[in-house]
Design a protein around this ligand. Structure first.
Ligand SMILES: [Fe+2]
Length: 471
């Protein structure tokens, strides 16, 4: 579950809530997975259940949300079992209660992460999504006035997960998003750097918590750099590159003024773009002059930069391709000891598996990545030349590749229908994506998962440069 703020100040595109395409969110409710959510968290807010209507394909609009429990009569284990035995996997909370739920969940997240009754895959997804929700809040107020406790709580949870579960990295890696939101990048780096530190021999939980915080906050300085520059398509000018290269010092300054923040966290923000041979920035530090945790952060940071979908790249690299580049840049840029540990973590989780799974790669011509944002969709007229005035409707994208895009919508679309998709996200600079509906399946939430395959012209347009970038 992601518990992130969705209000007038937070565009849906940036909230990242996995269910934002679902009818429940449009109705003002967030789905919350029922099975492993602590009752102490659920009982901090009124809990609703959805009354499903069936038989009419358009009935998704008629769903109603009934109050199930609130305050005086809390949800009990017996209630939970009864709901689950009736096939109910989600309960619902009001979007207005989301922040309260997020705080409650953060404060007990470490106990969920260490609970042997909770499968590690589910605990990892919960830790990942809760961290993501928190980082969206932190980035909207980078003064960090109220962030100390929430950041400590989620980093305790990441650390607990890594200490209690030998394969935590695999599950955190599987839970990772690959979009271009800064919150995604920060959570990816944090959830990878902690297992990396553990792999390198750091077993002290207090240190692991600090290392997690360093990962979550390493790019904080980007909040002071214009998003047009960060997401610009094509080459940056020298002036723009200089502007982006200020982010380590800005981040260090912001973190050094937060009294709860350790020196390590501020140091990693300052040093994560330094290279072993002195070719990095901002201070051209060499080898041992770069803190060891900054060297770990540099590897996780570069790996995520290469494997994420970003508006200025034609495609994201596969894990195997990114590993090959990282290894070719070791020891010049990256610490060989850190790279060796990263390789040990990655081999069972990406590089090796991708190479073996050639049948999957053949089935899917282009790798797909999670890409969640609101979008306007226009159905084209039969000659496929001009968009009709209507119908035009709102949907939500959920994945993207060079070959096509996946959407959620409340109603089905006919197969073969030609559409233009207009992603509604600030960082998106191309006007629209055009293609044909090749898949339309009803989801468990009552909406439709629609696959659009791009036209050859659109596929050609999406083929631009790929590779590492030090933004
Ligand atoms: Fe950075």
């Amino acid at each position: 579950m992601s518990v992130v703020e969705i209000d007038n100040n937070t565009p849906l595109a940036e909230c990242g809530f996995s269910g934002c395409a679902q009818p429940s969110v449009r109705a003002g409710f967030l789905p919350v997975p029922l099975q492993h959510m602590p009752l102490s968290v659920l009982n901090t807010v009124p809990v609703y259940v959805k009354a499903r209507t069936t038989g009419n394909r358009n009935a998704v609009f008629a769903d109603t949300y009934s109050l199930y429990t609130a305050g005086v009569v809390p949800l009990s284990e017996a209630d939970r079992e009864r709901l689950i035995s009736n096939g109910i996997r989600f309960v619902y909370v009001r979007i207005a209660d989301q922040r309260r739920l997020q705080r409650a969940l953060e404060s007990c997240l470490a106990s969920v992460a260490g609970d042997p009754e909770v499968p590690v895959s589910e605990a990892s997804a919960l830790v990942y999504e809760t961290s993501f929700g928190l980082m969206n809040e932190v980035l909207s107020d980078p003064t960090l006035r109220t962030a100390a406790d929430p950041l400590r709580h989620v980093c305790e949870a990441i650390s607990t997960l890594v200490v209690c579960h030998q394969n935590a990295f695999s599950h955190l890696f599987a839970a990772a998003r690959h979009d271009f939101f800064t919150a995604t990048h920060l959570v990816n780096v944090a959830t990878w750097i902690v297992p990396l530190a553990y792999q390198l021999g750091c077993k002290d939980e207090a240190e692991l918590i600090q290392i997690g915080q360093a990962g979550l906050l390493h790019d904080l300085g980007k909040v002071r750099v214009s998003s047009e520059i960060i997401n610009k398509e094509g080459e940056l000018t020298d002036e723009e590159r200089g502007e982006i290269r200020r982010h380590p010092e800005i981040g260090h300054e912001l973190l050094a003024t937060a009294d709860w923040c350790s020196e390590l966290v501020a140091t990693v923000a300052l040093q994560h773009h330094e290279h072993m041979d002195g070719s990095g920035y901002p201070h051209q530090l060499k080898s041992d002059a770069i803190h060891f945790v900054s060297r770990m952060c540099a590897v996780a940071d570069a790996f995520d930069a290469m494997t994420a979908v970003r508006p200025y790249k034609d495609r994201a690299l596969s894990a195997a391709e990114a590993m090959a580049i990282l290894q070719s840049e070791t020891p010049d840029k990256f610490d060989p000891r850190v790279m060796a540990a990263w390789f040990r973590l990655m081999v069972p989780n990406g590089a090796a598996r991708e190479e073996k799974d050639t049948s999957a790669r053949e089935r899917r011509e282009y790798p797909r990545f999670r890409f969640r944002c609101p979008a306007v969709v226009r159905i084209l007229s039969s000659d496929a030349q001009t968009p009709c005035e209507r119908p035009e409707f709102e949907a939500t994208t959920h994945n993207l590749s060079r070959g096509g895009i996946g959407l959620y919508h409340a109603c089905p679309l006919p197969l073969g229908c030609r559409v233009r998709v207009y992603p509604q996200v600030r960082a998106w600079t191309r006007e629209y994506l055009e293609g044909t509906v090749v898949r339309c399946r009803e989801t468990s939430e009552g909406s439709y998962d629609i696959g659009v395959e791009f036209t050859p012209e659109c596929k050609a347009l999406t083929r631009r440069r790929a590779g590492a970038d030090d933004r």
